[in-house]
Design a protein around this ligand. Structure first.
Ligand code: ZN
Length: 293
């Protein structure tokens, strides 16, 4: 990707290094470990861990963070818009800005106002309005505070464990999370959440898959826009498609030694993710991303 000349976003919050006692490669503290185990179990049962977190956070009393969770309560608040200088942060900031340009334009064309999401860079563990999250969960979007959360260590995983290397693959991950924000802005997330309450688990999971595939399609819409503005290089699209296929639920489950069982899919199979990403990428039209039809 040609990203260095892109403008930087004002919406990046850098809270990296604001955890304590978690040095040496992401060891987990007890409080966080219990939560993680719960989320993994939820995932295997087919629930979306993030929704579980959101539920816990919203369900009265909230999700309290144990003091041993590693969050440094005494650290000063992050400066909004403060620019991190390292390469990884610069890249994320440039891609986020590019998604802002893309979605601002699309919303404007449709007579709507796009509220830009914020993006939080963290290490190991982070507290969001949806509860406390560990890096192991991967990047996520929290609809309650409208922020995307990412530990840049995920990119190492993407490359080493899932074989998806390259800057466009990394950008795709951000664009997918921003896609969830777009769903939130359009009221889709709320509508689907309400529908899921009325359905048996397997059908509710199927709706979660459709949400994920739509976010992939929206990531493709951004890719289309980036290509039109000349930001892509040869091979970028392949990188994105490889990323989409390598983090499909079937691949993830196979890698973790589990049996592939469609009922517990919450992100869609590799083939589905590629198909919807490609649809957004080729059309550049979010109306083509109606996975619910
Ligand atoms: Zn997602």
């Amino acid at each position: 990707m040609r990203w260095r000349d892109l403008r930087r976003s004002q919406n990046v919050e850098d809270v990296r290094g604001r955890t304590r006692g978690l040095g040496g490669g992401g060891g987990l503290k007890i409080g966080g470990l219990g939560l993680l185990v719960m989320l993994v179990i939820a995932w295997f049962l087919g629930a979306n861990p993030l929704q579980l977190l959101a539920l816990l956070a919203g369900g009265g009393g909230g999700l309290t963070v144990p003091s041993e969770s590693g969050i440094d309560e005494t650290a000063p608040p992050a400066t909004p818009g403060a620019e991190a200088q390292d390469e990884g942060a610069q890249f994320v900031s440039a891609i986020l800005a590019d998604t802002e340009d893309t979605w601002n334009e699309i919303f404007q064309k449709n007579g709507r106002q796009y509220e830009e999401p914020r993006l939080v860079l963290f290490t190991d563990v982070v507290r969001s309005a949806c509860g406390t999250a560990q890096s192991a969960m991967g990047p996520f979007y929290c609809p309650l505070d409208q922020k995307v959360y990412i530990d840049l260590g995920f990119y190492r995983d993407l490359e080493q464990r899932f074989g998806a290397a390259g800057d466009f693959a990394q950008a795709y991950v951000i664009a997918h999370e921003v896609g969830h924000h777009v769903q939130n802005q359009l009221g889709i997330a709320e509508r689907v959440h309400a529908q899921k309450q009325q359905l048996p688990e397997a059908q509710a999971n199927a709706l979660s898959v459709l949400m994920e595939l739509q976010a992939d399609c929206y990531a493709g819409v951004w890719g289309h826009s980036a290509a039109q503005r000349g930001h892509l290089e040869t091979g970028d699209v392949d990188e994105g498609l490889r990323a989409a296929s390598s983090i499909g639920d079937d691949r993830l489950q196979r890698q973790s030694g589990g049996m592939v069982s469609p009922d517990s899919f919450t992100h869609g199979s590799s083939a589905q993710r590629v198909e919807w990403f490609r649809r957004g990428l080729e059309s550049g039209d979010p109306n083509r991303c109606d996975t619910f039809r």
